[in-house]
Design a protein around this ligand. Structure first.
Ligand code: ADP
Length: 602
């Protein structure tokens, strides 16, 4: 019973969602009306064909023969014609519009997921299953509704003919339906569990095939001859899919075989009764065909109820996964509604913040206390893995602290509206993305473009010369996946583009995580000088290994194992003779070519 309630609840959810869409109401209504008419067309054909046989074999009335022939030919033709017109408008237009709306909603949801989604494979499995529901099951649930309506109407239509059926025939039909129902249920259960397994492994297929499909790893694939290794992994995923498909097919075949046998028994009983009734002259040949057809329709109708239940049962399991998926991981996005302010007194404060990534209990940020004050330029330095980039993820609310709190002007950042809060930041991430879009789109990211500002951002980030040479100036496509005339960017150019993007958005706080890692020393110096201008009246957090750039900052925080171990101005820290001094001296020596004796000795 609980199961049935669950099925109904999930079903109401899917049909309700379609109903609420822009074209949902007319779509459901038109399809329902069409479904209601359908069984009567079938019934008319059944009756006309029986009457025609009797007319030909016994009554010989030419006018009635003409009427029946006309009915038999014209009714299905006109109905088919109407069906095609309606299905064009329903299927091609409304259905597509409804599906696109669901798709947009789904992808919007995905883009608001907390970033720890990407750290949790089981959530990614759910995502994969939920995306299938979006593609198939909302409209599928309307189809089920139509099957139900059609079933009920058919039952009424056929009931007019049921008096022609012997009770034994009716009993056999019922028995057949019940047997089929249980056999099919077993089959569907198997398919549900196979599908779950399938989704898990199928993700591996696209994870690995993407390596070979995209230019992401094209160079390494060739130089390390990675292809065979990756192809092996793709093949393993495909073989697993094949195995699951074979298991599904086997289950379908076995089920099909058993069902054919059961249906054979039903037909033997039905024909036995019908033929013997004609031989005993209880009914005419025409009535016999109506009887056989009515029995077929009764079976079809009852069976469609059973199929409908089983479809609902199967869909319900998937829809539940969709519902679960649409509920998870939006802690960040949904928390808070205050509007953040950033003015000259503003401050962001990390108070005893600790953080570990999902699936790990290692605190990569460990009781961290640090403030970012308005107008201040804060440099963060430290060894690889000391938690600098994680700090950026926490301050931007991409991840939530495991302990402690982050305050903006004394208020926990989770009390602020997520999107508004994030609009405080102009980031250049260490692993920034460059998109297959034009240069302008790569900078504005969909915001309406102010050409002068875009050009200014390019000049400030050192892309001026590059832009001059680009064939279509700001409209030049980046990458060659879309346009063969698109430009491929060097590491340095990509990095400058990411900087131009931050500059164009020019928000209150610049977050620059290793923004010059791909630049040569000359460009680096040039960029840091430009940064200096860019951020003069802004707040900036600069993460860098280039300690020469640290001198741009008002304050320096030295990170070690997720905590701030030294804090002060460059001068103070250097004078202190601690970790910072050691790091600075090592780097300065290296730049001057005074490498350590071990290197010089080879
Ligand atoms: P830094 O920027 O100082 O080099 P990070 O903040 O990137 O250091 O990383 C700090 C630690 O967190 C590292 O040990 C890294 O392996 C780990 N780490 C980073 N991202 C993840 C993640 N998504 N899941 C688990 N551990 C992570």
């Amino acid at each position: 019973m609980k199961n049935f309630k669950e099925i109904l609840k999930n079903y109401r959810f899917t049909v309700g969602k379609v109903w609420k869409q822009k074209f949902g109401k007319p779509y459901i209504i038109i399809r329902s009306i069409m479904t209601m008419i359908g069984p009567f067309v079938g019934l008319a054909v059944t009756v006309f064909s029986g009457l025609l046989i009797d007319e030909i074999t016994q009554l010989h009335r030419m006018n009635m023969i003409a009427v029946y022939v006309l009915g038999l030919t014209a009714i299905p033709t006109v109905w088919g014609f109407i069906n095609q017109i309606v299905s064009y408008f329903c299927t091609s237009k409304m259905e597509h519009a409804i599906n696109r709306a669901f798709e947009a909603e789904f992808y919007e949801h995905c883009s608001h997921l907390d970033c720890d989604f990407y750290d949790q494979p089981e959530l990614q499995d759910k995502h994969s299953e939920a995306s299938e529901v979006v593609m198939n099951d909302f409209i599928g649930s309307v189809n089920t509704l139509c099957s139900f309506i059609s079933g009920v109407v058919s039952l009424f239509a056929v009931s007019a003919l049921l008096t022609s059926l012997n009770w034994i025939v009716v009993a056999v039909i019922f028995l057949n339906v019940v047997i089929e129902h249980f056999i099919n249920k077993k089959h569907k259960n198997k398919i549900i569990s196979l599908d779950t397994e399938f989704h898990k492994r199928w993700r591996y297929h696209w994870i690995y095939s993407y390596i070979l499909d995209s230019d992401l790893a094209a160079k390494e694939v060739r130089l390390f001859q990675l292809d065979k290794f990756i192809v092996k992994k793709i093949t393993a995923a495909s073989e697993y899919r094949d195995q699951i498909e074979r298991e599904k097919e086997l289950s379908s075949n076995v089920t099909g075989g058993i069902l054919s046998f059961v249906s054979f028994i039903q037909k033997v009983v039905l024909y036995g009764f019908a033929v013997s009734a004609v031989l005993a002259q209880d009914i005419t040949v025409g009535y016999m065909t109506i009887t056989i057809s009515a029995a077929g329709q009764l079976f079809g109708t009852l069976n469609s109820f059973s199929q409908m239940y089983l479809n609902l049962y199967r869909t319900s399991a998937k829809v539940q996964k969709y519902i679960d998926f649409m509920k998870v991981c939006q802690y960040q996005y949904k928390t808070g509604d205050k509007k953040p302010q950033w003015d000259s007194d503003s401050v962001i404060e990390f108070k005893n913040v600790s953080f570990c990534y999902p699936g790990s209990d290692r605190m990569v940020i460990d009781n961290l206390n640090l403030t970012v004050k308005a107008g201040e330029k804060l440099a963060i330095v430290g060894e690889n893995g000391s938690g600098k980039s994680t700090f950026v993820k926490l301050i931007t609310r991409l991840y939530a602290p495991s302990k402690g709190e982050i305050l903006l002007n004394g208020v926990n950042i989770y009390e602020y509206d997520y999107t508004e809060y994030q609009k405080l930041f102009s980031p250049v991430f260490q692993d920034y993305s460059i998109y297959d879009m034009t240069i302008e789109e790569n900078i504005t990211l969909g915001e309406s473009a102010d050409k002068a500002l875009v050009e200014q951002a390019c000049t400030l980030s050192g892309l001026g010369d590059f832009l001059e040479k680009a064939p279509n100036h700001l409209k030049t496509q980046v990458g060659k996946n879309i346009d063969p005339e698109g430009v491929k960017l060097s590491g340095g150019e990509s990095q400058r583009l990411a900087i131009a993007r931050a500059r164009y958005h020019d928000r209150n706080i610049y977050l620059l995580d290793e923004p010059t890692a791909a630049l040569d020393p000359n460009s680096e110096e040039e960029i840091y000088t430009q940064f200096h201008q860019m951020i003069t009246d802004r707040t900036a957090v600069l993460i860098t290994h280039r300690l020469s750039a640290v001198q741009l900052a008002d304050k320096v925080a030295v990170f070690d194992s997720g905590s701030v171990v030294e804090y002060g101005t460059h001068k103070e820290l250097y004078a202190k003779g601690g970790i910072y001094t050691e790091m600075f001296d090592k780097q300065a020596k290296f730049y001057r070519g005074e490498a350590s004796p071990e290197i010089l000795d080879g």
